[in-house]
Ligand binder design. Structure first.
Ligand code: SF4
Length: 70
């Protein structure tokens, strides 16, 4: 299976109900938990499985391709 391109996640903070589902399902575990108990933002995710986006009950997680390393 080809390696996926890394992504950066964004969370719509006004919609987030802080349920923690995105963290619970994340295969990156502790390294991907933000201080807000959501998945990390501003940290490139190189797994890009997108299960956090799928599980979010308020569909407030989005992503963009991560910037290429300089
Ligand atoms: S799954 Fe969605 S609503 Fe729940 S903590 Fe994560 S971003 Fe917030």
């Amino acid at each position: 299976m080809p390696k996926k391109e890394p992504v950066i996640f964004f969370i719509g903070w006004n919609a987030c109900i802080n349920c923690g589902a995105c963290v619970a399902v994340c295969p990156q575990k502790a390294g991907f938990i933000s201080p807000f108990d959501t998945i990390a933002v501003n940290t490139p995710c190189d797994i890009a499985c997108m299960v956090c986006e799928d599980i979010c009950p308020v569909s407030t997680i989005t992503h963009e391709p991560a910037p290429k390393p300089a």
